[in-house]
Design a protein around this ligand. Structure first.
Ligand code: DO4
Ligand code: MG
Length: 279
């Protein structure tokens, strides 16, 4: 174990430090082909077993995390149901050419695998949102995939869509990890299984499974809108929207453990608390 965060490479033989790479942003400055060569060529430090490594959220502190919304029919239906007065807002955006994109978190506030995610104390109905997240370099190329838990307050968002930032942006509201799977190792990002299980008192209390085949948008179109007239010099993470919403009256409770698995990308597990996750 080392106190200093390091950038490492994980393969069948274990985890090795990428020598000479001080931050992920250095990798996200490279065009995709050069990134691939850099990871293939090393140099690498000594391998250690994964069990000896503390995984952090795979994002640099100042890199932004964004979210896309209402990209699956299941998300559209859930939002229409929870907000009677604003239902058309969600119906319109589902069919519109321009997607819903929203700022979710700065990298330093994202929580990694095993870290505590939080329910806001001023919220009555809360759900995890299991999402495929894109890791995008500064040139706007998709260089990898990770798992995002876009924690959301359904009661706050349902009261008024203008409350969306409060429903979604708070300390303990964004889970990322367990690592980044390089884009070239994923054959088809449109056929990945997404599964989520919520454990309570040691037993599953809700679980569901679906596929990115049901995504209504093209991934590169989401990235195109995100990069349009904007710059992300340290790269950016774009979560592509939820496809599983535990139906009402389900709500998360402190002590729950949320497990999200996406195809060959990885599995992200986080315990849930209410309020400040550092307390
Ligand atoms: O429209 C609100 C947010 C939608 C969202 O986060 C999702 O569909 O995943
Ligand atoms: Mg979401």
């Amino acid at each position: 174990h080392s106190a200093e965060p390091r950038v490492g490479l994980h393969d069948v033989e274990g985890v090795a430090e990428l020598v000479g790479v001080a931050s992920l942003a250095e990798l996200w400055a490279l065009p995709l082909a050069q990134l691939r060569a850099r990871l293939a060529d090393g140099p690498l430090g000594d391998r250690v077993p994964l069990s000896e490594v503390d995984l952090l959220a795979p994002v640099d502190g100042r890199t932004e995390v964004w979210g896309a919304g209402v990209t699956y029919e299941s998300s559209r239906e859930a939002r229409v149901e929870e907000s009677e007065q604003a239902a058309t807002v969600y119906e319109l955006v589902y069919d519109a050419e321009r997607p819903e994109l929203f700022f979710k978190s700065v990298g330093w506030r994202a929580v990694g695998p095993g870290g505590r995610l939080s329910i806001r104390p001023d919220s009555a109905v809360d759900v995890p949102e299991p999402e495929l997240a894109l890791v995008v370099n500064r040139l706007g190329e998709i260089v990898g995939y990770t798992v995002c838990n876009d924690m959301s307050s359904r009661s706050i968002e349902g009261e008024n869509p203008l409350y969306l930032p409060q429903a979604k942006i708070y300390f303990g509201g964004c889970g990322l990890g367990p690592w980044i799977r390089p884009a070239w190792e994923i054959d088809d990002p449109y056929s990945l299984t997404i599964g989520m299980t919520i454990h309570r008192d040691g037993s599953p209390v809700w679980s569901g499974e679906t596929s990115t085949a049901r995504l209504r948008r093209r991934l590169d179109a989401l990235v195109w809108y995100l990069m349009r007239n904007d710059v992300h010099p340290d790269g950016v993470v774009l979560s592509t929207g939820t496809c599983l919403v535990p139906p009402s009256p389900f709500t998360l409770a402190p002590g729950d453990v949320v497990e999200i698995g996406i195809g060959d990308v990885g599995t992200l597990r986080n315990p849930i608390v209410r309020g400040n996750p550092d307390d």
